[in-house]
Design a binder for this molecule. Structure first.
Ligand SMILES: Nc1ncnc2c1ncn2[C@@H]1O[C@H](COP(=O)(O)OP(=O)(O)O)[C@@H](O)[C@H]1O
Ligand SMILES: [Mg+2]
Length: 330
């Protein structure tokens, strides 16, 4: 159990007019043994934040800490990995020419306790795959099974922390629930800390102890999952919730996972190369200056700082204020 902390992390891509801050001054903690769900529409910077933690995206400013210590950029070959990432597409993390047993064995630290074959068996068991299939190639497995193998490979490194980025997004709806259940179960049993990323609020709701909401590279709301879901403080969070079916439902149902039922927003996100002044959400905000008078502050002042004084750390000048008449007046 260890704590991961992003401390005012900015990730900048490109140069000149093409430059964009995919992640902008993000401060976010994943407390030891907890699952933090990170949600936000496509392009909001979730993957970039995750990739920065494992050295796959450049940290322009700020730092990423594990129990207060800067994360090493590299680990020695054959050593334990405190932090492991699982990706959306298990093909990208599994070598198609290696058997799944070989792929897992390769990730086992050199100075581990058990023998390698015994450890491969244990890991396959852990993710509910028959160890007799260790000699299968990834192509011989279903998408769900491949994702289980990717998880076993991540666990082989004996991590304290897992970053799971859209791990069920590429899977058939029919197997998503089982994979999510497995991940949640392993997280509890192995007391892992986890950053669980999805564009899908229904999935994040199911998995998380805490929820962080990301919009245009910034965390706009963060708090205990229950609080964020039942009493959202940021208009963007409320939009995400309104477009997810079965508000307040705790149990995940198959229809919750059907993307056809969920359009996140009617308006496109702003151009990340030219982010709006002030609040990055103000152009789309149903209670912002495009709709209501007296809200010039939203165009002028970035609300990131006010988040510290707001419930659930909501980066909104008007916090909990959400007149339902205003949101229907658009
Ligand atoms: N390697 C890269 N070079 C330039 N821009 C990138 C790169 N990776 C991501 N981006 C841009 O950064 C923003 C955030 O992308 P990403 O982190 O993938 O978002 P998400 O995972 O939330 O969908 C997007 O505008 C995307 O186009
Ligand atoms: Mg992504």
């Amino acid at each position: 159990m260890r704590e991961l902390k992003f401390d005012t992390v900015t990730v900048r891509y490109g140069h000149g007019r093409q430059a964009l801050n995919a992640v902008e001054a993000v401060t976010l903690a994943v407390p030891a043994g907890h699952v933090v769900g990170l949600v936000g529409e496509s392009g909001s910077g979730k993957s970039t934040l995750a990739r920065a933690a494992v050295g796959l995206a450049p940290v322009t400013t700020g730092q990423i800490l594990l129990d207060g210590e800067p994360l090493p950029r590299r680990f020695r070959a054959g050593s334990r990995r405190p932090l492991q990432m699982v990706f959306q597409d298990p093909y990208s993390s599994l070598n198609p020419r290696m058997t799944i047993g070989e792929s897992i064995a390769e990730a086992i630290p050199r100075f581990g306790a058990a023998s390698r074959p015994a450890e491969v068996t244990r890991l396959l068991d852990l993710v509910d795959i028959d160890p007799a299939r260790a000699s299968a190639l990834p192509a011989q497995l279903s998408g769900g099974q491949r994702q289980r193998v990717a998880l076993a490979r991540a666990l082989a490194g004996q991590p304290d922390l897992i970053i799971a980025d859209e791990v069920t997004s590429a899977l058939d709806v029919s197997v998503q629930g089982a994979v999510l259940n497995l991940i949640r179960d392993l997280q509890r049993r192995l007391r892992l800390s986890m950053l669980f990323i999805s564009h899908d609020l229904a999935v994040v709701r199911y998995m998380s102890d805490l929820i962080a909401v990301m919009h245009l590279g910034r965390i706009v709301e963060y708090g205990p999952a229950e609080d964020v879901l039942t009493d959202p403080q940021h208009p963007y969070t409320r939009e995400l919730l309104a477009s997810a079916p079965h508000r307040g439902a705790v149990r995940l149902r198959e229809e919750d996972l059907d993307p056809a039922r969920r359009a996140v927003s009617d308006t496109d996100p702003p151009d990340p190369h030219q982010p709006p002044s002030g609040c990055s959400f103000h152009l789309r905000c149903p209670v912002g200056p495009a709709v209501l008078t007296g809200r010039d502050i939203c165009r002028e002042i970035d609300p990131t700082e006010v988040a510290k004084q707001r419930r659930h750390h909501a980066a909104c000048h008007f916090g909990a204020e959400h007149p339902s008449s205003a949101s229907t007046a658009t």
